[in-house]
Ligand binder design. Sequence first.
Ligand code: KGA
Length: 423
Amino acid sequence: METSAVLASAEDQIVDEAVAALDRRDQTHHHASSPEERRRNARHLFEFVVRCVHEGRAEPIIAWSRQIAADRFVAGLDIAELQGAFNVLEEVLWRHVADTLAGDQQIEALGLVSAILGAGKDALARTYLAVASRGGNPLGEQPAPPGGGGEAPTGGALAGTDSPAGAVRTGVLGQVGVITLDDRRKRNAIGAQMADGVVAALGSLRAQDVRVVVLRAAAGMDVWSAGHDMDELPRGRRDPLGYNDPLEGLLRAIRICPAPVVAMVHGTVWGGALDLVLSCDLVIADETASFAITPANLGLPYNTTGLLHFLGRLPINLIKEMFFTAAPLDAQKAKEWLVVNHLVGSGELEAFTLELAATMATKSPMAIAVIKEQLRVLTDYQPIAAQVYERIQGLRREAYDSSDYLEGLNAFAEKRRPIFRGT
Ligand code: KGA
């Protein structure tokens, strides 16, 4: 059994022990957070550790630790309590690993747990100090300029922080969280850093008890997102959209997030970013929005899970037209085909979206979470025979091992039209 599965199977027990240890510390330390928050934080931290063990990399916990350190600073909370949670969880995990695993697996698991929690703690401390020394702004950056749908929500203060990566920012308005994609240089192309940043932001907002999340591009951008970062696509001989691709992880995180996620779209949406938009629960757009799915421009065989996301949302003739032509669907057509729930004027986009989000935030979060999960399960799971799946994978493999796929990537890098030969 994989180490991550061994840990995940004892989740409740490990979280209970960590919370009990934190409560014992309560007698000697002052805690700013409530017992429920401590339990939520411990569970969340544990989930990140398991994910990092599973993926064999520490980036997800680093991104989350940076985000939460910046959020804590802005909220005026002490970081020591969170550092304490890392230490306590490490002790509990060491005990659990020592009791349940043996031999090489035990040594490997102890090393991984220490390295992952160490990387998280290090990121936490560094970011907190960096933010403090820059007066609350992790990169010392200016806030994004206004325009293109506006930035500051009306009717309340948006406690916003720039992410250390500069690509993802979060803010909270009442019980609505806002995640802003802000990588103008690459037109919000989604690589590992941005995908992990959004996943971390979702986790951080969930830990703050946010009930609805709005996902948007920074004000002033006329590209909502250019899709998968093409510089991070493998150059053949490997599935370009495999299960562990960071964008795929982001889509899953949005789909399993118990809170509704609303895509607020000003500007153009390309490729995998359309999968992201369709993975959100609602889509609100203005007249600048357009939507294109472009693997046929790249010679890229789209993944089966991704096609299921489209099938769960759109009629098959539209899916085929969009995939086969790679042509953008303009805002009006997107409304007619129900790609978007509401099409509103640019000037109203933000207020309209936040108002709708705020309304949902007053409804029962438990009912919403379970209905969202039911709908996901009903639309995501289509049983197919093993042979059928393997035949499809074989066909996809032929496509991503082809010279056409390399031609698609080269043409993009060389800023020219691709010439596809069908080989
Ligand atoms: N990945 C990596 N870099 C990208 C990028 C991407 N998806 N899109 C844009 N960039 C880079 C681009 O190379 C350029 O870098 C910079 O962003 C600005 O782009 O400055 P550099 O180093 O040359 P550009 O083209 O100058 O900006 P623009 O004129 O404003 O045009 C914006 C768009 C979005 C229209 C244009 O950049 C574009 O067509 N990008 C590709 C859109 C696309 O087809 N994306 C699909 C990616 O594939 C995908 O998601 C999947 C998985 N798929 O389709 O199956």
